[in-house]
Design a protein around this ligand. Structure first.
Ligand SMILES: C[S@@+](CC[C@H](N)C(=O)[O-])C[C@H]1O[C@@H](n2cnc3c(N)ncnc32)[C@H](O)[C@@H]1O
Length: 480
């Protein structure tokens, strides 16, 4: 597979990893599901509510439950055939100890991926496996088997934040850290020691003077970076479950890579690794099974760096209307995330509208602001603009089929949420609008004739043909 400077692949990472060249990446960070036995939803973004899930919402982001099924049994035997001897024998032995259950199912998924990750890591490359105490001890034994125990460098404990009221309710010691297992491919590896310091606390003075001007050397317990999840006020929080702070990834990348080096995140999720890589001038590749991940990455790359669809290729997405229809039939929620991503909209959630399989509405937000037209304002939002209630934002709605009778309800929904405008897209829209929009878009004139209810309609076909986001930034839609 040919590598580009930036890239995103939507799909299962195992076949993708197998297609990647040997030794191609200088740093691999992975934050796989942790075997938490939970299903992760998309927490609602701030424009809608503070949190929680309204009745009827179906915003499943990804699954971290690993039941032992017939399919797992097959995968287990396939793994035994394909794995190198050391991890194979370990997996076989663990089956005798653990029995076929969720832990073995999780390891059966992880181990073939770790073997491929070792292969695609450069001879001087570094690996960081982000996990938690549910499975970190098993993963470490497998990593020792794959990399060799002498390639283990550190176990880093990341204390993800203060102890919140919610966490402290447990009848146990409050769990409050993740583990990062740090390995290198060989004895020669990049470690920029000068980046492995943090500043002295304000007012710090060493007794007798002579404090190290670089600050305090970082140890393997990190307590100074907080998860966006514990900070209700965090501007970084996108609602992606398990989203990691960019500062954590920036630290890892600063220390273990140099500018221009290649970074891989095979479980990219909300894309924090890719954002850190772009910020620091590293080349990057992300892989994730979910179209929600693609939508988040597209949203972040545009609104933070001005990188639109033309600036990094995304593989594994529908390329035409037929494939879009197949996706809508197979999984209308994933279809919704994908359609949002074509507009660089930030995913907010999904709602069930009725009984049918396709009766699902996916919602997102576009941070288009009138100020963007102002010459004084920057061309794009300076930070990850999280549109807040009362601000100027557009509600984007995706439904496989939008009926004329849906339009007044969509306008009410937007008003109820405090959005200034509403834009709906889908495979089937009320007929008259489709035609008029197609012609206008083709000529590059941006009038947005809303329906008399105030809803702007745009056929999915138009979005597929052309990236309308730059035009929308130039001239936002008419307010409701
Ligand atoms: C813990 S989350 C990653 C969060 C990410 N580090 C962030 O900061 O937002 C794990 C991700 O792995 C993805 N995933 C799970 N199994 C996968 C597979 N086989 N191939 C690719 N991605 C997978 C899920 O869709 C999910 O987005």
């Amino acid at each position: 597979m040919r590598l580009t400077d930036r890239g995103l692949i939507r799909g299962d990472n195992l076949p993708v990893l197998r297609a990647l060249p040997d030794g191609a990446f200088d740093l691999i960070y992975l934050d796989p599901p942790f075997n938490t036995n939970r299903r992760y939803g998309l927490a609602r973004g701030r424009p809608v509510t503070g949190g929680g899930r309204a009745p009827g919402e179906v915003a499943l982001a990804f699954d971290d439950a690993w039941p032992w099924t017939e399919a797992t049994e097959l995968l287990y035997h396939q793994a035994l055939e394909e794995l190198p001897p050391a991890p194979r024998e370990l997996l076989r032995t663990l089956r005798q100890v653990l029995g076929p259950g969720h832990l073995l199912a999780y390891l059966t998924m992880m181990v073939p991926r770790l073997v491929e990750i070792h292969r695609v890591l450069a001879p001087t490359g570094s690996l960081y496996v982000h996990c938690d105490p549910q499975a970190s001890h098993y993963l470490k034994v497998f990593l020792d088997a794959i990399f060799g125990p002498r390639r283990f460098r550190r176990e880093i404990v990341w204390r993800s934040g203060w102890v919140s009221g919610f966490k402290s309710r447990t009848r146990n010691w409050v769990r409050n850290h993740d583990i990062l297992l740090y390995y290198t491919r060989s004895r020669q590896y990049v470690f920029n020691k000068e980046a492995a310091y943090r500043p002295h606390p304000p007012g710090y003075r060493r007794r007798g003077g002579g404090a190290n001007p670089s600050g305090v050397a970082l140890d393997d317990v990190w307590t100074d970076i907080y998860s966006p999840w514990i900070m209700s006020f965090s501007r970084e929080k996108l609602g992606y479950p398990t989203q990691k702070p960019v500062a954590l990834l920036e630290r890892i990348l600063r220390v273990s890579t140099r500018p221009g080096m290649r970074v891989l995140d095979p479980f990219a999720g909300g894309g924090s690794t890719l954002v850190a890589a772009e910020t620091l001038g590293r080349r990057w590749l992300g892989i994730d099974t979910s179209h929600l991940s693609t939508a988040m990455v597209r949203y972040r790359m545009l609104w933070r760096f001005g990188l639109d669809r033309s600036r990094f290729p995304v593989r594994g997405e529908p390329g035409d209307l037929r494939a879009a229809k197949d996706l809508a039939q197979e999984d209308p929620v994933q279809f919704g995330w994908w359609a949002l991503s074509l507009l660089h909209a930030r995913p907010l959630g999904a709602r069930r509208l009725g009984a049918g399989r396709a009766a699902v509405r996916v919602e997102g937000a576009l941070p288009f602001r009138d100020q963007i037209l102002d010459d004084e304002a920057p061309p794009l939002l300076p930070a990850e603009g999280t549109p807040a209630p009362g601000k100027d934002w557009t509600l984007v709605v995706v439904q496989p089929v939008v009926r004329p009778s849906d339009l007044p309800a969509l306008a009410r929904r937007a008003e109820g949420l405090g959005a200034r405008r509403v834009l709906a897209t889908g495979l089937e829209l009320p007929a008259s609008t489709s035609d008029s929009w197609g012609t206008v878009a083709g000529q590059g004139q941006f009038q947005w004739p809303p329906d008399e209810t105030g809803v702007h309609l745009i056929p999915l076909e138009t979005l597929l043909r052309r990236d309308l986001t730059p035009a929308l930034i130039q001239r936002p839609l008419r307010p409701l």
